[in-house]
Design a protein around this ligand. Structure first.
Ligand code: OGA
Ligand code: MN
Length: 299
């Protein structure tokens, strides 16, 4: 058994979830048995913060591959000559100018300001996002996390009972429609059919349960559209109370790694004349991560 904390200094990120890990080079961890330590901390704490990392795109890819299959949402849009590039969450265009406040790319970034887990609308949702601060803002632009494991554990039974055992449907365009009807119409948000996931994801390593919701969720089994919307809002409000959240103000070289099965996240606004670029790699969940238990069996 590897002792997950041996030689690594960890301190709590919040009283209820997350850990700050010090004295560790992620570039090394990506290529050594140190990864098993990281993975054990990930299962236990749901979110890990590493500061001051000197990490290239190659290191980032190598680390992500240790978690599983790297998600590639644009696979169908790339020709065989185009190399896969680490996706950037950024308001900086290829020509170096910043995206305009009202353009569709900016609106797409704004959709990240809604609490979500990544890729719940994909046939294979994400296990983790490894997010790296590259160009950071002087003010605003924090990334916030909310533990749906801690929130579920603290939720009154009366609220839990309204969602437990029910499936929830997720659709990419649903989160975009909350920002702009025009944005929601783009073909890129209609590539996948609605996904239907159980409302609670049980971690297969430690048995801990977490509510599985997102800005992409629009229907809860057994409720009509209005009831679903009201229930999802109530659940989201419960989970994102200050007791269950963490707000990260970025420094270049910070790396945040979180468990999408148990943590929601969102970006926060920043002055539009400031560039902001984060490198973001999502890794798809597998059956070893409990994905197989999340499907709703046809009745
Ligand atoms: C993401 C995301 C939020 C942010 O990378 O998936 O939602 O703070 N980012 O930019
Ligand atoms: Mn996201």
């Amino acid at each position: 058994m590897i002792n997950p904390t041996a030689s690594w200094k960890t301190t709590p990120l919040t009283p209820v979830f997350g850990a700050i890990v010090e004295d560790v080079s992620l570039a090394d961890v990506a290529r050594t048995d140190g990864f098993f330590r990281l993975r054990a901390l990930f299962e236990e704490h749901s979110a890990l913060l590493f500061r001051g990392q000197d990490i290239t795109d190659e290191d980032h890819l190598a680390l992500a591959r240790r978690f599983g299959t790297i998600e590639d949402r644009l696979a169908d849009e790339r020709t065989s000559d185009d190399a896969y590039k680490v996706p950037k969450v950024s308001n900086v265009r290829a020509d170096g100018k910043l995206t305009a406040a009202d353009d569709l790319h900016t609106l797409h970034l704004k959709a990240n300001f809604l609490w979500h887990a990544d890729s719940t609308f994909l046939p294979v949702p994400a296990l983790t996002n490894i997010l790296i601060g590259r160009v950071v803002t002087k003010s605003g632009g924090a990334t916030e996390l909310a533990s749906t494991r801690a929130a579920w554990a603290a939720m009154p039974e009366s609220l839990k009972a309204r969602v437990r055992g029910r499936g929830i449907r997720h659709r990419y365009s649903h989160s975009r429609a909350q920002i702009s009807p025009e944005l929601a119409k783009l073909p890129m948000f209609h590539k996948w059919p609605d996904q239907h996931w159980k409302s609670v994801w049980t971690n297969p390593v430690n048995g801990k349960e977490a509510l599985y919701i997102a800005s992409h969720a629009f229907a809860v089994d057994g409720y009509d559209a209005a009831e679903s919307a009201a229930l999802l809002r109530e659940l989201m409000e419960f989970c994102t109370q200050p007791d269950f959240t963490y707000s990260h103000s970025w420094q270049a070289g910070d790396v945040l790694i979180w468990d999408q099965r148990a943590v929601l996240h969102r970006g926060t606004p920043w002055p539009e004349d400031q560039p902001r670029t984060l490198s973001s790699l999502c890794v798809s969940a597998s059956d070893a991560d409990g994905l197989g238990t999340m499907h709703i069996m046809p009745q």
